[in-house]
Write a protein that binds this ligand. Structure first.
Ligand code: IDP
Ligand code: MG
Length: 150
């Protein structure tokens, strides 16, 4: 079962889109594993976005993600990483597929609403960075057999 970190970034929180993001992931069939509403420290932001250090947008990205609270979550399911990134849409909202969150609710790459892990390996690493093991809930839903093939 794949797991992905999902963040509703400060713009999504300010624009009252937490529920929209959760609703779309729930309807997709994904299962919520953990959630917390939190202010992101500069230290966490820098660790999370270390891969982008040195890029022209890096400083703006760190101040954006730590400018106001985020909703941090872990979601799981078969093909969760690809499915969630598809539900988010491409990084640049004007390149995101119609029907995706970034297409439907965003205009600019620097205000693109959400974060989702980009590989299974990064998903595991990001979940470990953002959540303590005891914050992750293992559970099953009666409906899982109608959504998950195995
Ligand atoms: P992702 O969020 O779709 O995985 P990444 O390429 O990993 O996209 O970039 C991380 C975040 O950095 C993006 O979601 C976006 O908020 C920001 N970002 C990426 N490229 C730019 C840019 O060219 N200008 C401003 N912000 C950017
Ligand atoms: Mg990324």
């Amino acid at each position: 079962m794949e797991r992905s970190l999902v963040l509703v970034k400060p713009d999504g929180v300010q624009r009252a889109l937490i529920g929209e993001v959760i609703s779309r992931l729930e309807r997709r069939g994904l299962r919520l594993v953990a959630a917390k509403f939190m202010q992101v420290s500069t230290e966490l932001a820098e660790t999370h976005y270390a891969v982008h250090k040195g890029k022209p947008f890096y400083e703006g990205l760190i101040s954006y993600i730590s400018s106001a609270p985020v909703m941090a979550m872990v979601w799981e399911g078969p093909n969760a990483v690809a499915a969630i990134r598809q539900t988010m849409g491409s990084t640049r909202p004007t390149e995101a597929a119609p029907g995706s969150l970034r297409h439907d609710f965003a205009l600019e790459v620097g205000r693109n609403l959400t974060h989702a892990s980009d590989s299974v390996e990064n998903g595991a690493n990001e979940v470990a960075l953002w959540f303590k093991p005891e914050e992750l809930v293992d559970w099953n839903r009666e409906v899982d057999r109608w959504t998950f093939e195995k």
